[in-house]
Design a protein around this ligand. Sequence first.
Ligand code: S3P
Length: 172
Amino acid sequence: QAMRQQFGNIVLCGFMGCGKSTVGKLLAARTGRQLVDTDRWIEKQEGRTVSQLFAEHGEKWFRQRETELCRTLSRRTGLVIATGGGVLANPLNACILRETCTIVLLQPPYEVIAHRLSGDHSRPLLEGPDKDAVARRLYDQRMPLYQAAADFAVHAEDSRTAAEQIYAVLSD
Ligand code: S3P
């Protein structure tokens, strides 16, 4: 049963480690939609990892690439879009994407996110000794912005369950 086209692109948002990429893959497979992962897109375009791009060009430059990509993707349809954690923390990007997309917030319990982030070194915002405190502060700052951007939230810890819940909401 096809997911209704009226929902446009399905955008997954939420904090680092909330499962956007994993749920994106599952949802794309379930719906037959193409998956776009914004971090992977920018990395491919630039031939550098996100960490390298932050180091070489700075965060502001990376945020501009994200906004450009939002404009590009908002002109397309039928996609599942897994965003980087900063994308929907910017109300401008939310405004651009809302035109043609349904935005879903992935919000597992914070402990699940913290566990996934511990021991990860691919995220430049979470380098340094007080990483846990930095992550918690950023999470508290961003959650209201994600909530304002999203059409609805799913709270499942497990990625398969989250993907099924989204599919159920967006199908007949
Ligand atoms: C960021 C999240 C990362 C990546 C970059 C910045 C953020 O993506 O875009 O490190 O500002 O939250 P993930 O959410 O996939 O980790």
